[in-house]
Design a protein around this ligand. Sequence first.
Ligand code: GLU
Length: 549
Amino acid sequence: MNYQELANLIFPDAKDISYYEAKYPERNLPEGAIVTRFAPSPTGFVHIGSLCQALVARTVAKRTGGVFFLRVEDTDQKREVENGVTGIVKSLQEFDMAPDEGQIGENEEIGNYGPYKQSLRKEIYQSYAKYMLSIGKAYPCFATPEELEEMRAKQEAAKVRTGYYGVWAKYRNLSIEEAAEKIKAGVPYIIRFKSPGREDRKIKHKDIIKGNVDFPENDQDIVIIKADGLPTYHFAHAVDDHLMHTTHVIRADEWLSSVPLHLQLFQEMGFKPPKYAHISPIMKNDNGNKRKLSKRKDPEAAVNYYTELGIPNLAVKEYLLNIANSNFENWRKQNKDASIDEFDFQLNKMSVSGALFDMVKLLDVSKIVISKYTAEEVYEKAIEWAKVYDKELANLLEKNKEYSLKVLGIERGNEKPRKDIAKWSDLKENINYMYDEKFEKIKHNYELQKINDKEKIKKILNTYAEKYFNIQDDKQVWFDKLKDLAEEFGYAREVKEYKENPDKYEAHVGDVSTVIRIAVTGRANTPDLYAIMQVLGKDTVLKRLNSFA
Ligand code: GLU
């Protein structure tokens, strides 16, 4: 009996690999095009770190005219959750990061290199495993769980590396005949890779992000096909990224230590290996300790968290690019209005150690992103969010669209747009005073202000309403009138004047406008008061000035 016959015995129906080699030819792409993938397990959950990896993978593929695809790695069926693919596909869509190829729904996919769901590729893996058996580079292993346990205990007692390798690899040198006999007798088995490696030899690997790294060679006879007939991650990675013609494997750095094994698998199967870029995890400062953002402990680890808060997806992506490429921030300063797609993302400029996640910085980025939206964009995006997360806000905005657009247009589209909104969940609080039904419930707080005498306030408001306020005034006239009002009450016309003679005046024009601002909006800080009054209109402003009691 020879290897080929043993392979036929194990996988009688598996096709010759030449079939798949022909079925998935080289991709027809421009010179230098990069092919990348996002390869999550279908747990339904997308970690912010995974989103960052997907963003990086997609960005480099797009910039080079390449392909970014989504492959679902569901070979570990214990980890599966129902509709786990849908959640991932949805998150990518929400972040405008839909793949060019691959899974686009629970059971739908696009592209010529599929299936893109590993559980549907069983036959393909078996063909390649058969090929490895046929050339003597894989073998059936009959070790029982008890045998493996015993081996492990012995290794631990002897203080040597654990695993299935070298002299410990009990079934590695079983004769073909013995193996065939066991198989025919129905003894359960799995398929292992016959590693040619030696632990005392080193390999050099040049990782695009981590740089040069040295590792001992792999000498573990890892499992390639499990008892359920499905491949392990390692084997599937080699077969899939070969057949799908991935040029750059961009993944979490927890896989860096598997590189010796992966390179060996590619080598032994006769495949050209991809380039590797191992991304560091996003870290969190936990009371002075730096640790990975954890799915279990940190709500901000889940991408849904940002969606729920109403942080625009563009802001999240922009922030991730910020932490991914340290020169992004500078580029952004010089290219304030450019699309993030124009940024020349460089994989080799990614940081070798994990970046610290900074919510304050993310919110700052988000404020800038939102400040650049037109009133229409704010309206559309805020409503889309509010329909799911805040019906009251959705109703408020929709009740009078034209008016809402004016409200949202205050201090927007100009040189220095307002930057007070970081997320859609902040919006209601920031605009509710523009709507009478909400304004009535707002508590007017004058107590902390410089002018806080009730009678004085009443008088200022009455005088302003009767003598000075005219909705037709342009901004200059409007402001001059506030100064006149200040002067009439013995306050300084100019802030400067007040500062020069602080003993001479009780307050200045700014304090007078605060009185009016609070009466009109209920708040001491708002965007441009003139613009607010223009949008509210004459009747509403007068009503609010006169209703102070
Ligand atoms: N399914 C693997 C994971 O979720 C993918 C790693 C890779 O990108 O190759 O960790």
